[in-house]
Design a binder for this molecule. Structure first.
Ligand code: CU
Length: 192
């Protein structure tokens, strides 16, 4: 029980993350279709990278470095559906995780919690869905090893209509929180 409580707390902080990161989807997302043929690295992350499957475009996939023993990590990206058919992200998988889930953050009273979207995440025709800290996100569960800044971690996304695509998430730096936070929890949990 205690472990579950810990996991819940840790996981929420991992998902909430520090919304104020270097990562910021540019304001022209989804409208600037020219000039994105290549994957251009700009500093820490691959902000212009795009992957296409059917009518779906995956952009700016990233995760964040984790502390040793961290059990979970978040994954973030943008999905644009340029087709006329609604689609749905129904699964994610990675060698880096025992399994992965698709989560959303929600308020439970005045407490922010996260929960699994058991039916997947709708990607309506003509719309862009953002997975970002504090909102929808992918969740690496049973993390097999720490995620290291500067590396990438591959995730297989499965869409109901479009099918499967492998997308590499750039691992960005771990953002130090103000006093306490993840570090304290991770230390407290070390040795399990
Ligand atoms: Cu989560």
């Amino acid at each position: 029980m205690q472990k579950h409580l810990f996991l819940a707390a840790f996981a929420v902080s991992a998902c909430l993350g520090q919304a104020v990161t270097a990562h910021k989807v540019s304001g022209d997302k989804g409208h600037d279709h020219a000039g994105h043929a290549g994957s251009q690295t700009d500093g820490q992350h691959v902000s212009k990278a795009r992957w296409q499957i059917g009518d779906l475009t995956i952009a700016s996939p990233y995760s964040r470095a984790t502390l040793p023993n961290a059990p979970v990590a978040g994954g973030f990206l943008t999905i644009t559906n340029d087709g006329a058919t609604n689609d749905r992200l129904i699964a994610a998988a990675s060698d880096a995780a025992g399994h992965m889930e698709i989560h959303e953050m929600a308020m439970n009273g005045d407490v922010m919690i996260m929960r699994e979207l058991v039916d997947g995440l709708p990607v309506p025709a003509g719309e862009t869905v953002e997975l970002q800290p504090g909102g929808y996100h992918l969740m690496f569960m049973e993390l097999q090893q720490p995620l290291l800044a500067g590396e990438t971690v591959e995730v297989t996304l499965t869409f109901e209509s479009a099918g499967e695509i492998i997308v590499p998430l750039s691992i960005e730096a771990f953002n130090a929180r103000a006093a306490g936070g993840n570090q304290h929890e991770a230390d407290a949990h070390a040795g399990h």
